[in-house]
Design a binder for this molecule. Structure first.
Ligand SMILES: Cc1cc2nc3c(=O)[nH]c(=O)nc-3n(C[C@H](O)[C@H](O)[C@H](O)COP(=O)(O)O)c2cc1C
Length: 150
């Protein structure tokens, strides 16, 4: 499952790149990929997912309110029910991203999720390579699931 906050054309491009990477990897249809915004995620969605990639923006020094709202609504239902869930994270930040990375890493620790890679912080002026970086993260997740690493 991809949970992507996409409030702008650039962040929509990141979400689309994430989904396309999973769908293109899955040429034989073994992996079903769901792409939701954090507003639409309910606790059960993640309970049902084998793995998750979370994409958020940083706003006012923290993860986007939409992403925070998802954790506010779902955290208790996920606690002790989603241990070892493989997780990838990407953060689109205008300038920084540090606080969001710290907060999400700490939430992953609390939920005992497994970060499959260092969170991607895509900061500064927009670069097209951000989409490639997100696609690589998602390809790694899809391949890892497919061959049973995760
Ligand atoms: C209200 C607001 C607050 C923001 N606060 C931060 C911030 O604290 N740190 C940061 O790095 N970027 C911040 N940004 C920039 C956003 O992270 C960035 O615009 C967003 O990820 C969308 O990326 P895009 O502009 O490439 O579409 C803020 C943007 C807005 C609109």
């Amino acid at each position: 499952m991809i949970i992507a906050h996409r409030p702008s054309p650039n962040t929509a491009a990141l979400a689309d790149a994430a989904l396309a990477a999973c769908q293109n990897y899955d040429s034989d249809g073994d992996i079903e990929t769901l792409c939701l915004t954090p507003f639409d995620v309910t606790a059960i969605d993640l309970l049902n997912a084998d793995a998750v990639v979370i994409g958020t923006t940083e706003n006012i020094g923290y993860m986007a309110g939409a992403t925070k709202d998802m954790f506010d609504r779902c955290y208790n239902d996920w606690l002790d029910q989603t241990e070892a869930k493989p997780v990838g994270i990407y953060i689109r930040a205008g300038l920084d991203g540090t606080a969001t990375k710290r907060a999400l890493t700490s939430i992953c620790l609390g939920l005992k999720w497994r970060l499959i890679a260092e969170p991607l912080v895509l900061k500064g002026n927009w670069e097209d390579r951000f989409c490639e970086d997100v696609a690589d993260l998602c390809l790694g997740m899809a391949a890892g699931l497919d061959i049973g690493i995760f």
